[in-house]
Design a protein around this ligand. Structure first.
Ligand SMILES: [Ca+2]
Ligand SMILES: [Ca+2]
Ligand SMILES: [Ca+2]
Ligand SMILES: [Ca+2]
Length: 339
């Protein structure tokens, strides 16, 4: 079975990809005959921005195994029912996040779950706390995500941290942990920042979260840092901290206590690396936390190529595979795509 994609001109394929990247919903394209007057097969392109369906196992008999790129195994999994309605919300262009979309957070669309500019002293204890400036949990309810991003800003300094989903798809658990705890390692920590206080990393394996509403103790090493011990007393103090190894990335402490909160990006220069008891939130005029999540595969393109006998090949493509497909069109053996 030949790959009909090879029958497309390079221009036609790129044009189709470009079209699909910016399209949502089902689109039927019927490309014109090529220079040899061969009429290409009809092709259905579906750009499903918001699939919530678990990817089905592809039918190997429908896929030309010689074209599978090990770098993108996931891209070979078609979505059987790409019919979910796209979510429309005010946000950043695909791949960007932050209040001014200044964070180049890579592929996929980051959907904002929460946004709050918080006071210097907070005392949040119960469900409904805090009162977010923006709460999109209803809008985003029922959608699936695999990554969670936190944007944290103190005056002109910001840091972006993203990790694999730790919430088991529970949007309400992505916010300030007034009634729950994540004292865990997190997968694939990526850090971006405009400061020199933290070191950017990509998909690091040493990320941890200390998210809880309790008081806590410094643990065996005697200092408040990346590895502290949860104490007794719900609604006692409050910790929201992300660390990379022994380094503090960002913290927001004391939001469940009546005293001024602790905030910080990077390690504290004081006695406690995680800023516990610094009570310094009043020294900043901008204190902002945003929480985002990201879909499994946004802008995934499913190319369904139909022969005269109907549906003989299913070929999903993601935007990152453009280079590989252009190589195919150009008649080259596809290598590992780098774009
Ligand atoms: Ca407080
Ligand atoms: Ca509580
Ligand atoms: Ca400690
Ligand atoms: Ca800590």
């Amino acid at each position: 079975m030949g790959r009909s994609v090879n029958r497309w001109g390079r221009t036609g394929l790129v044009a189709a990809l470009s079209f699909a990247v910016f399209a949502c919903g089902d689109n039927l394209e019927r490309p014109a005959a090529d220079a040899n007057n061969n009429t290409p097969d009809a092709r259905v392109i579906v750009a499903d921005a918001n699939t919530t369906d678990a990817p089905p196992t592809p039918d190997a008999s429908l896929i030309d195994a010689s074209t599978i790129d090990a770098a993108f195994p996931d891209a070979r999994v078609p979505d059987a029912t790409p019919s979910d309605a796209p979510i429309t919300m005010t946000g950043c262009p695909v791949g960007f996040a932050g209040p001014t979309c200044q964070v180049n957070a890579g592929g996929g669309e980051w959907l904002r779950v929460y946004d709050i500019s918080f006071a210097a002293n907070n005392n949040w204890d119960v469900a409904g706390d805090p009162s977010y400036d923006e709460d999109n949990t209803t809008l985003l309810g029922g959608t699936s995500y695999t990554r969670v991003g936190f944007y944290y800003q103190l005056d002109n300094d910001w840091v972006w941290t993203e990790v694999d989903d730790f919430s088991a798809q529970n949007l309400a658990r992505l916010g300030v942990p007034v009634d729950w705890t994540f004292d865990i390692a997190v997968g694939n920590l990526t850090v971006l920042t405009n400061t020199t206080s933290v070191t950017p990393v990509t998909n690091a394996s040493n990320g941890t979260m200390e998210f809880w509403p309790f008081c806590y103790q410094p643990g065996l090493n005697g200092v408040y840092d990346y590895d502290d011990a949860i104490g007794v007393g719900n609604d006692c103090f409050g910790s929201m901290q992300i660390h990379a190894g022994t380094d503090t990335i960002w913290v927001f402490n004391g939001w469940s206590a009546p005293d001024i909160d602790d905030v910080g990006i990077g390690n504290s220069p004081g006695l406690q690396p995680d800023w516990t008891f610094d009570a310094n939130a009043g020294s900043f005029t901008t204190r902002r936390l945003q929480v985002y999540n990201r879909k499994l595969r946004l802008l995934e393109l499913h190319e369904v190529t139909r022969s005269a006998e109907q549906a003989v090949q299913v070929e999903p493509v993601v935007a990152n595979e453009r280079i590989r497909h252009e190589q195919l069109v150009a008649g080259k053996r596809p290598g590992r795509a780098t774009g």
